[in-house]
Design a protein around this ligand. Structure first.
Ligand code: HEM
Ligand SMILES: *[C@@H]1O[C@H](CO)[C@@H](O)[C@H](O)[C@H]1NC(C)=O
Ligand SMILES: *[C@@H]1O[C@H](CO)[C@@H](O)[C@H](O)[C@H]1NC(C)=O
Ligand SMILES: *[C@@H]1O[C@H](CO)[C@@H](O)[C@H](O)[C@H]1NC(C)=O
Ligand SMILES: *[C@@H]1O[C@H](CO)[C@@H](O)[C@H](O)[C@H]1NC(C)=O
Ligand SMILES: *[C@@H]1O[C@H](CO)[C@@H](O)[C@H](O)[C@H]1NC(C)=O
Ligand SMILES: *[C@@H]1O[C@H](CO)[C@@H](O)[C@H](O)[C@H]1NC(C)=O
Length: 526
């Protein structure tokens, strides 16, 4: 009796194992005709994917072309590069390429309930809710929120510029990276919760930015525990820091969200009927999410997880792009002068000093004070500054802020560029090589905004990814970077702390978003 049940269990295990292996075999069998580097037992190509992952991916691109195969542990992975190949997959076959590839380390944090990691019907609903709130029209109305942050940030630059008694400008005491990231974080916080942090280095804020940066860097790296199922039990919850960082940001966002509900959504309470809730008109992105939660269409974890997506994705990518744009200005003083002339002609003597002097201590509730700023839009007038518009495109091309996008999962067998790819394959959008290969444009390694001035002949960049999963933050980003640069360039001359013959290092460090190296800067008032 005992022996026979033991045998049955053995048979069941055997059948399950065989099924599992067969399933994997099927993927590898189908994908094996796709070219790519040799891979090692168990680990595949993981050992080559440490550190500067995007540079290795680019090397393989140069060797194997616009479609190649690598192994992330036992996960068969196909890397797609160049616009035509990416279009064939993510647009012509969009439906089967739209799913997110789930990594255990992320799933353990967000339970796949957030925007960036969910799939299927749940994802579609969440995406629709957010996309409705983040349209071009709605984001344009938020320009004054962004402008307010830019003006507060310029006060910080002003302080640096006044450090020298001889009026010849001043040099930042510390690298400005965290302060610039505070700008993009504040834009998201004020957009979502109507709060922001002051622009000084208070230890709590500094720690928050450092945590977000560290989390964003590590969430892009391929961890062995995500790709080698046999090792998972031993590597579970490692690296520890990654999970601690996630939890500490989650704690903050949960607190701010709870506070918001208590203070701002009084109309909906435990006595509200479904009808009351359905009739409630959400005033912003956060309220839209909370409304869907109250309607039981998404879970509270989904609300918090999606807010975290917006805050993390929204601040680190944008912050690094703002930083790289400063590097490009410093490294190319002729471009900076040209931009200064264009901007000061386009936007003459508008009043900018009309912000309230708030009590800048910890996170502030933003006062709702209307001023002449409200009626002034730089962004709607960007047609007046064609060179700046081209400069921003070149920054997005040259420093692709999400170099390998966010991994996808192929959900049906498919043929791309004549190669058959199996369902179940992890798919990587190689934005980095797409923007920087000679097949994209001439002299791709030269920083040259002029290439975007001929609108009939403009190269097609894809910094926000491509297809149904494309970044929902594009509209807000475009306003953030434009208003940021208009103000900074108009008011200040930025240069290398030593002298104009020196240049700033611009070799990005790999992460889910490409990290700009730390730098100090010299600031002179114009
Ligand atoms: C320089 C700025 C930015 C760049 C280069 C960028 C790039 C990207 C890329 C490449 C993706 C993946 C697309 C795909 O999987 O197909 C993505 C996804 C995402 N981005 Fe951005 N992004 C930027 C700014 C923002 C901002 C400001 C926000 C928030 C307001 C944001 C929120 C998100 C979210 C929530 C996703 C996940 C979307 C999904 O899974 O469907 N991003 N972004
Ligand atoms: C909900 O209804 C109960 C009973 O009528 C009442 O005591 C309570 O104060 C109400 N709560 C709110 C927030 O209005
Ligand atoms: C959201 O919830 C409401 C009420 O429970 C329901 O009528 C509606 O169909 C749901 N919407 C979606 C898109 O699931
Ligand atoms: C900035 O300077 C570094 C170091 O000289 C150089 O490698 C890089 O190409 C420069 N970047 C730009 C955009 O000019
Ligand atoms: C802020 O101003 C808007 C319109 O100017 C008004 O509808 C809203 O009630 C104000 N909010 C607060 C908190 O004063
Ligand atoms: C705007 O803010 C200032 C100072 O913070 C205050 O004195 C003034 O009354 C406010 N104006 C309005 C319209 O709320
Ligand atoms: C903004 O413009 C509107 C109408 O265009 C005007 O009524 C309002 O007074 C203006 N506000 C400020 C602060 O200039």
């Amino acid at each position: 009796m005992e022996i026979s049940s033991f045998t049955i269990i053995l048979i069941i295990i055997f059948v399950l194992l065989k099924k599992l292996i067969q399933k994997e075999d099927r993927i590898h069998r189908i994908n094996k005709n796709i070219p790519g580097p040799k891979s090692k037992f168990l680990f595949g190509n993981l050992f080559d994917l440490k550190g500067q992952v995007h540079e290795k991916i680019n090397e393989w691109y140069e060797q194997y072309g616009s479609i190649y195969r690598i192994e992330f542990g036992s996960v068969s992975t196909v890397v797609l590069s160049e616009y035509s190949t990416l279009k064939e997959a993510f647009i012509d076959n969009g439906e089967i390429f739209q799913s997110r590839f789930q990594r255990k380390s992320r799933t353990a944090c967000n339970k796949e309930l957030n925007l960036a990691n969910s799939n299927g019907e749940y994802f579609n609903h969440l995406k629709k809710t957010l996309a409705n709130e983040m349209t071009n029209q709605k984001m344009k109305k938020k320009e004054k929120i962004i402008k307010r942050q830019v003006f507060l940030l310029s006060e910080f630059f002003n302080e640096i510029s006044q450090q020298s008694p001889t009026n010849s400008g001043g040099i930042s005491k510390e690298p400005i990276n965290n302060i610039i990231k505070m700008y993009s974080l504040n834009v998201m916080l004020s957009l979502l919760f109507n709060i922001h942090f002051p622009y000084n280095s208070n230890s709590y804020q500094e720690e928050l930015i450092i945590t977000i940066t560290r989390y964003f860097k590590s969430t892009g790296l391929p961890y062995p525990s995500d790709f080698i199922p046999t090792l998972y039990p031993f590597l579970k919850n490692k690296p520890k820091e990654y999970f601690e960082d996630y939890e500490s940001v989650k704690k903050l966002i949960t607190k701010i969200t709870n506070d918001y509900q208590i203070n701002h959504m009084l109309e909906i309470n435990e006595n509200s009927t479904i009808e009351d809730i359905e009739n409630y008109q959400p005033k912003n992105i956060l309220e839209s999410l909370l409304k869907q939660y109250k309607l039981k269409n998404i879970s509270y974890d989904g609300v918090i997880g999606s807010l975290m997506d917006l805050i993390l994705a929204g601040s680190d990518t944008t912050g690094n792009t703002c930083l790289f744009s400063i590097v490009a200005l410093v490294n190319n003083s002729n471009i900076q002068e040209k931009l200064f002339n264009e901007i000061s002609n386009a936007f003459k003597d508008e009043d900018e000093n009309d912000i309230d002097n708030e009590n800048l201590n910890g996170a502030n509730i933003i006062t709702n004070n209307s001023s002449s700023l409200d009626n002034l839009s730089y962004f709607s007038d960007r047609i007046k500054t064609p060179y700046l518009v081209a400069f921003i495109k070149e920054v997005k091309r040259y420093y692709p802020s999400a170099p390998l996008s966010v991994p996808h999962l192929l959900t049906e067998d498919c043929e791309i560029q004549g190669y058959k790819i199996s369902k179940g394959t992890q798919i990587i959008q190689n934005i980095y090589s797409t923007h920087l290969s000679p097949s994209f444009c001439s002299n791709p390694l030269e920083f040259y905004p002029e290439r975007f001035l001929d609108s009939n002949n403009e190269p097609k960049i894809i910094p926000f990814g491509i297809g149904q999963r494309k970044c929902p933050g594009e509209n807000i980003f475009e306003i953030e970077i434009y208003v940021f640069l208009v103000n900074l360039i108009k008011k200040f001359k930025l240069s290398h702390p030593i002298n104009d013959n020196y240049q700033l290092n611009d070799r990005g460090q790999f992460g889910l978003s490409l990290q700009c190296p730390q730098f100090n800067i010299k600031v002179e008032s114009r």
